[in-house]
Design a protein around this ligand. Structure first.
Ligand SMILES: Cc1cc2nc3c(=O)[nH]c(=O)nc-3n(C[C@H](O)[C@H](O)[C@H](O)COP(=O)(O)O)c2cc1C
Length: 363
C-alpha cells in the first residue's frame, strides 16, 4: 500500500514530520519501541521520562536513535530535581522536541530553544497557554477533560476553542501552533481539530493500544473490553484529578466511606510492599513528609506515595488488581491493536477522505 499523502501544518514543518499526529509521553508506556514506531510511521513520538531514572532516560534516548533516524521528543517534569541535567542530555543527544507534563520553567525553555529544540508544553487552561507562549514555547498541547491520566474538568470541544481564541486564533492563525488532545482516535477527529484551528492532534490511549506499545497483552485486553462509561476521574488516587479505568480498587477509593477507602488504600499499599519490596518505614516516612507539605488525607498520602509504582504494577507488570490504569474515555471507542504504521496510515487515509468530502460541500 502506498503511504497516504503528507498533510503539512505549521507544526509538521516546525518539527520535520509528515503527519500532524503526536504520540504523547505516557509514564511506563511510551518507551523506545513505541516512540520509534510512531516516528517511522511519520508522526511525532515522545518518550516519557518522568518514570525513568536519568540513566534509564539516557539509555532510552540512545535506543530510540538506534531504531529511527526521524525526529522524536522527550516528556519532562520541570520540577524533577535533575531537570537541568536531563535538558543537557537532550541537547547533547540531539533530541528534537521537549514536551512538559506540568508547568515548565522559563529558564529551561530558553536553554532548550537556544540549543535548537522545539518546546511544547501540555496545558489545561487558556491562561496557561498564553503564559507559556509569552515565555517562548513553540507550540502547546491542549488536553481536554476526556483525556487519560492527569486531566482537567473541561471537554476538548470547549477547551480547544478557548485556547485557540486566547492565542489570537478565531478565524486566523494562532500565535503559536496548538495541538489538540483528549478523545482523539481517528481521521474524523484530526479533521475536526484542524477545523477548530489546531495544527494537529496528540493521542495517548490510542497509542497505548497498539501492537508497538510494550504494555502486556493481558492489560491491553482489559482496556479493549471497556466502554465509554468505564473510566472515572478520581481525586482519591493521588490528590489530583486522574482519569483511570474503573476497577475494584478505584471503586473502593471512590466509595465515599472514609474507612472503606482507607482500608483499600492500606490493603493496596500492603500488596504493593510485597510487589516492590519497599519497607513500611520508608513508605511512612515518605507519607509523613507529604502530609506536612499539604492538605492531603492519609488515604491520599498512602496512594500518592505509591502512584508511580501503582501505574507500574498495572501497565508494566500486568497486575490489574493492585494497579491503577490511566485511560482516556476514548478507550470505549477502541477495539483493535494495530501497529503504529497501520494506525497512522488509517487515520491519514480517513482524514484525506473527510477533507475531500468537505471540499465538495464547500464547492
Ligand atoms: C497510561 C497513561 C499515562 C500517561 N502518562 C503521562 C505522563 O507521564 N506525562 C504526561 O504529560 N501525560 C501523561 N498522560 C497523558 C497523555 O500524555 C495525553 O495527554 C492523554 O492521554 C490524551 O488523552 P487521550 O488518552 O484521550 O488520547 C498519560 C496518559 C495515559 C493514558
Amino acid at each position: 500500500m502506498t503511504a497516504p499523502a503528507p498533510l503539512p501544518t505549521r507544526f509538521t514543518e516546525m518539527v520535520g514530520i509528515e503527519y500532524p499526529i503526536v504520540q504523547t509521553g505516557m509514564g511506563w508506556v511510551s518507551g523506545p519501541s513505541l516512540t520509534a514506531a510512531t516516528a517511522n510511521a511519520g508522526g511525532l513520538g515522545i518518550l516519557a521520562s518522568a518514570t525513568m531514572t536519568f540513566d534509564e532516560l539516557e539509555f532510552a534516548i540512545k535506543k530510540t536513535k538506534s531504531l529511527t533516524a526521524k525526529p522524536f521528543g522527550v516528556n519532562l517534569r520541570a520540577d524533577a530535581t535533575d531537570a537541568a541535567e536531563r535538558v543537557d542530555l537532550m541537547i547533547r543527544e540531539g533530541v528534537k522536541v521537549a514536551s512538559f507534563a506540568l508547568a515548565p520553567k522559563q529558564e529551561l525553555i530558553a536553554k532548550l530553544k537556544d540549543n535548537g529544540l522545539v518546546v511544547v508544553p501540555s496545558i489545561g487552561a487558556a491562561k496557561h497557554a498564553v503564559k507559556v507562549a509569552s515565555w517562548g514555547a513553540d507550540a502547546v498541547i491542549v488536553q481536554g477533560g476526556e483525556g487519560g491520566g492527569h486531566t482537567g474538568p473541561v471537554a476538548t470541544t470547549l477547551l480547544l476553542p478557548s485556547v485557540i481564541d486566547a492565542l489570537g486564533g478565531g478565524d486566523g492563525p494562532t500565535s503559536i501552533p496548538v495541538i489538540a488532545a483528549g478523545g482523539f482516535f481517528d481521521g474524523r477527529g484530526l479533521v475536526a481539530a484542524l477545523a477548530y484551528g489546531a495544527d494537529g492532534v496528540a493521542m495517548g490511549t490510542r497509542f497505548l493500544l497498539t501492537s508497538d506499545s510494550a504494555v502486556p497483552d493481558s492489560v491491553k485486553q482489559e482496556y479493549l473490553q471497556r466502554g465509554l462509561n468505564d473510566t472515572v476521574v478520581s481525586l482519591k488516587v493521588d490528590g489530583m484529578p486522574h482519569r483511570v479505568l474503573r476497577t475494584d480498587l478505584v471503586n473502593a477509593l471512590e466509595s465515599g466511606s472514609r474507612v472503606k477507602a482507607l482500608v483499600a488504600a492500606a490493603r493496596n499499599a500492603s500488596e504493593f510492599k510485597q510487589l516492590t519490596g519497599m519497607r513500611w518505614t520508608s513508605m511512612l516516612r515518605d507519607g509523613a513528609a507529604m502530609k506536612k507539605s499539604g492538605e492531603r488525607t492519609w488515604q491520599q498520602i498512602i496512594m500518592a506515595g505509591n502512584t508511580p509504582m501503582l501505574l507500574k504494577a498495572g501497565l508494566v507488570d500486568g497486575n490489574t488488581d493492585a494497579g491503577v490504569l490511566a485511560s482516556g474515555q476514548v478507550v470505549g471507542m477502541i477495539d483493535d491493536l494495530p501497529s503504529c504504521q497501520e494506525l497512522i496510515d488509517s487515520i491519514m487515509t480517513q482524514a484525506h477522505a473527510r477533507l475531500a468530502a468537505l471540499g465538495q460541500i464547500a464547492g
